[in-house]
Every structure is written in structure tokens, then in C-alpha cells.
Design a protein around this ligand. Sequence first.
Ligand code: ADP
Ligand code: ADP
Ligand code: MG
Length: 444
Amino acid sequence: MFKKVLIANRGEIAARVMRTCKSLGVATVGVYSEADMEAPHVKMADEAYLLGGPRVAESYLNIDKILEIARFSKAEAIHPGYGLLSENTEFSRRCEEEGLVFIGPSPEVISRMGSKIEARKVMEEAGVPIVPGIAYPLADAEEAVRVADHMGYPVMLKASAGGGGIGMQIVGNADEIHKAFAGNQKRATDFFGDGAMYIEKYIENPRHIEIQILADGFGDTVYLWERECSIQRRNQKVVEEAPSSFLDEVTRSKMGEAAVKAAQSIKYRNAGTIEFLVDENKNFYFLEMNTRLQVEHPVTEEITGLDLVAEQLRIAAGDSLGFAQDDVKREGHAIEVRIYAEDPKTFFPSPGTITKLSLPEGPGVRHELAVHGQSVVTPFYDPMIAKLVVRGKNRDEAIDCLQEALAHYQVEGIKTNISMLQKVAAHPAFRAGDTTTSFVTKYL
Ligand code: ADP
Ligand code: ADP
Ligand code: MG
């Protein structure tokens, strides 16, 4: 195992990774921006270094500076968390060049899966069903209209490099494509440095169900069941659970096996997630692959008893998986909700100063926190301030626990989406498992 690991991230995920490092006796190096001087991950790190100004370009995306700190502090490996540099090919390559272990897959794999267009080609060749659509970049809005006319509306216009729900839009006719194309292309260029756009058929009333995989460097790959993340706003997840109440055992194992096949076809190593859309008839279609730890990984940990960060570290350090598919257990039911500093009606970020934070405690309740009482939530980063994870013997028990915990979750001083999460948790449609990606627009 590594002696020292640098965590190139902030917020709850940096603290989460450090917690496992501590439990394994691995020393931690934290990095932070001027806006994060007082952040929990800085206090938790065994040593921590200032990167620069509050903007991510000056701090958490400053590859040269992060590598300089890694050299200086004699870290052996870098954990990138999610977002930021976690799916950055250049960063993972530079780590390799400097003799540092990047805790994740190879730069080649990150690059191939980072392009949704390329990933669609790879999956199609591997025999994994993909969402119907094209697998080449569109030249302009006119070409998009020609493709969509042929495919039939509605379609999803998407940025090949997109993530976090950014750069995609549902369009119902040629007029809407003309209105949407340039804006989404610009957003994709601004956010991801790549304006390539493509089109997929819009799947009606789908569920978002993804498969967590783990792969070692010796050809062994297992799936750790599924997570359902259908409850979303702005095409980004807010509620995630495992197992999915929609899947039967046959579909579950078919999806698991498809995910393993997908991972093996690219010689994937470390933890990864294959996202699928599942339609009303339980047909599933590859959506994208995330080549990193996912925000919602705790629900998988809760039902399997595994520590995914520990598995990532072990695999990166050269261990073999050490267990087979049949050894992966599945017990109980877990639900995660993302707590955002945002207006619960408009979903616009709402930065400010937290004046009071009071958390529910009890059996089956787990917290992942990016803040503490008196924290300042700045506009510089993702507005997610915490995750609440609950577990129960079954789904009903988990929902009861979620309702109880949310009723006692107090954040004062800023706006949060807690009232919206309470509405989801209390809704009969949620209880009944009627959880499609239209849940928020349909019921709230
Ligand atoms: P997950 O895919 O783990 O469910 P999100 O889609 O919410 O989670 O993304 C997690 C974080 O990563 C968010 O901060 C989001 O803005 C960021 N992110 C996701 N994909 C990308 C990407 N391709 N480029 C940059 N940031 C991304
Ligand atoms: P991101 O990289 O931003 O996570 P994804 O491709 O994973 O983007 O899609 C995010 C969400 O957008 C999906 O979970 C789903 O709700 C919606 N979505 C994406 N593509 C389609 C589609 N073709 N049909 C219907 N919904 C879609
Ligand atoms: Mg996605």
C-alpha cells in the first residue's frame, strides 16, 4: 500500500478519500484554494498546501502546481476525486510521466471514454446496446436538423465532452434545434474545451440506472450491482438509491454482464461506472462511462459492505481484486440525497454563510460533508454542500429513515434544496417506485 497520497480535490469527496486513507494508515496531502482556507478537507489532511486563488483555473485545475506539491511532499499517488481533474487525460498522463500513480484508469481510457461520441463507437463494437443516435460530430445546426428529421423528434442534442448535465438539451422540432445548437456548443466549449455536438433519440420516461464496476490490472472485473439515479433536476442527479426497485434479477444480471463486457473491451482498470437509460419495457441502452469514483458511490458501499475508495487504492497499488462476482453481497437498501446550496424552486445556486448546521444522527444515517457550522459557501465551486445517506432492511424502511433524517436536517443562513428533497421522500409516487427522470417535472 502507498505510504502517502495527495488528494487533488476539495469538498466532501476530498474528506471522504482522506477518511479511508487514515483507516488504512496512509498519510494524506491536501491542497486548497484561498477560498477554502477553513474547509474541512484542509483540517483533515496530515499536511496541506495552498494552490492559489479561488477560481479553479488558479487552484484545483493548476496541474503544474499540484505536481510540484506532490514532488515536494513525496506523495506516491494522487487521488483525483470526481469533477475537476478526475477525467483529465493530460493530468493523468503527467502523473505517469512524473512517476506518480494516478488512482484511476490509464490516460488512453480516460480520453476514449471522455468523448461520448468515441465511447458510443467503442460500446457498439463491443456489442453493448447504445441509445439510438449518431456517433460522429455534427458540422452545424443544419446537419443536426437533417439528422433529427430523419430520426424523428424529440431528440437529445448533446455535447460529446459534457458532464454534470451541462451542454445537453431536448429538442422537439427543427426550429428548436436552430435555437439550441449554438448556445449548447458554446457552453460545451467554455466548460469542457470541446464543442463537438451529436444527437441521440430522446428516450421517453426512462430510468437512469448505472452499474458500478471494479477492475484490477490482471483482467478481473466484477460489477457491484446497480444504482438508480432517475430523480434529477437539470439532467443532474439529486436522489440515488441501490438496489433499483424497477429491475428484476434477469435484467439486473444482463446489465451487470454488459457493463463488465464494456469495461473489459477497453481493458479498464480501477473503479468505473457504466451509465444506462432503461425504458418502460426494461430495454437498456448505454449512455456514458464515468472513469472515476462517482458522487453516489456510498449507496453501493452501504449494500455491499465494501469501501470503494479502499478498493481504488488497493488496485492502484497493484493488488489483484481478490474476490469474484459470486462473493459480492447485496443486503438491504440505501438512498442518498444531494444537499445543494440552491433555491429549491429555481435550482439556482445560492451561496452565502452557513450560520447553523444541525445534523440528524441515528442508526442507518451517514453524512458526507463539505461544510461545517459557520462555513462560507462561495460561488466558485459546485454548490453541493453535503450528502445524506440512509439505509434500511428494505426500501420502505430506508424511505422512513430518509424522511425522519430530513425532518431533522437543519441548515441556516443559506437556501438549500432540503424542502424539495422532503417533498420527494414524502411523495406516494416515490414510495411506489414510479421514479423516472421526469419525476421532478411531473410531480413537483
Ligand atoms: P456523477 O456523474 O458522479 O453522478 P455529476 O454528474 O453531478 O456526478 O458530476 C460530479 C461533478 O463533476 C460535478 O461537480 C460536475 O460538475 C463535475 N463534472 C462531471 N462531468 C464533468 C466533465 N466532463 N468535466 C468537468 N466536470 C465534470
Ligand atoms: P452527463 O455527462 O451530464 O452526466 P449523461 O449523458 O449521463 O450526461 O445524461 C445525463 C441525464 O440526461 C441522464 O441521466 C438522463 O436523465 C438525461 N438524458 C441524457 N440523454 C438522454 C436521452 N437520449 N434520452 C432521455 N434522457 C436523456
Ligand atoms: Mg452521466
